[in-house]
Ligand binder design. Structure first.
Ligand SMILES: C[S@@+](CC[C@H](N)C(=O)[O-])C[C@H]1O[C@@H](n2cnc3c(N)ncnc32)[C@H](O)[C@@H]1O
Length: 282
């Protein structure tokens, strides 16, 4: 018989020896996932583990020890206080993307009715959160990846927003008609080769490259979306996009040269770097 308590301690030590960040969190979350308990219940439990439970935990701990992200191992990631299903086909939602939702909340109230596009929807975390936070919003999440859209649809079903949100597999805004939206939100792939070089092995080795790489300059997809957006947005519509802080000078120059936007606003992430840009169509 192996006690949960002893095996928990052993697994934490194992992950620590492999240099994994927050070995306690990873271990407790994996135990909780396999045993169907909360992390607190795991910590308080005095039970013994069955052979089958040990094997399942061991397999996941070994994968974590090789750097596989915790979210892919347990199949969920929290975003804006809700759990989203994730797998290797989608980017793991990041806390900094929550700022985009906060920014929308600074412009819109629960009474606002509008139609939005979320470009590069991935797990659907942004689109679904908007639909849940604003009961009168309707929208479409766009992605070029079919497997990513399968996950977005699962999440939409889980949160019962299918009546106000749908998903379309297409290339950015290429097939979207003129004057159809009041809001465009996007967290496009924006890493350049240089930014990719600085990313952690957990990101580069496990997250989908088509969700990360934005082209040789990093901003190719962002520029494409920005150029198409005035055509798709109605007058007074808003555009919000996440980028790396180093990319805003180029993007602001483009916005100013387009001559169809006003009211440029930037929001910083939790580390104090510019992260989200918002503009309003004239
Ligand atoms: C950075 S991820 C964002 C995922 C999610 N919206 C989030 O914020 O966590 C970018 C997404 O854009 C999608 N994508 C990449 N190229 C695209 C294209 N040409 N057209 C539409 N979506 C694209 C990727 O499949 C990926 O899901």
């Amino acid at each position: 018989m192996v006690s949960l308590h002893d095996f928990l301690k052993f697994c934490k030590e194992y992950l620590r020896s492999k240099g994994i960040d927050s070995p306690e969190l990873s271990t407790e979350a994996i135990f909780a996932h396999v045993l169907g308990k909360t992390r607190l219940e795991v910590l308080l439990s005095r039970q013994d583990l069955s052979k089958d439970q040990i094997l399942k935990i061991q397999r996941l701990i070994q994968r974590r020890g090789k750097g596989e992200p915790l979210a892919y191992l347990i199949g969920v990631k929290e975003f804006y206080g809700r759990d989203f299903i994730v797998n290797k086909d989608v980017l793991i939602p990041r806390p900094c993307t929550e700022i985009l939702i906060d920014m929308c909340k600074s412009f819109y109230s629960k009474d606002n009715t509008l139609f939005f596009f979320d470009i590069g929807t991935g797990s659907g975390n942004i689109a679904i959160t908007l639909t849940l936070e604003f009961p009168n919003f309707r929208g479409i999440g766009i992605d070029i990846s079919g497997p990513a859209l399968d996950i977005a649809r699962l999440n939409a079903k889980r949160y019962e927003v299918n009546d106000r949100l749908s998903f379309v597999q297409t290339d950015l805004l290429s097939s979207i008609q003129a004057n159809t939206a009041d809001l465009i939100v996007t967290n496009p792939p924006y890493l350049s080769p240089k930014l990719l070089n600085g990313a952690s092995p957990e990101v580069i080795n496990f997250e989908p490259m088509n969700a990360l790489f934005g082209g040789p300059c990093g901003t190719e997809l962002a520029v494409n979306i920005l150029l198409h957006s005035p055509y798709v947005l109605r007058p007074g519509g808003r555009f919000l996009m996440e980028l790396d802080s180093s990319q805003f000078p180029e993007i602001i120059e483009l916005i100013e040269s387009q001559g169809c936007w006003k009211d440029i606003k930037l929001a910083k992430d939790y580390e104090g770097h510019d992260r989200i840009i918002c503009v309003e169509k004239v």
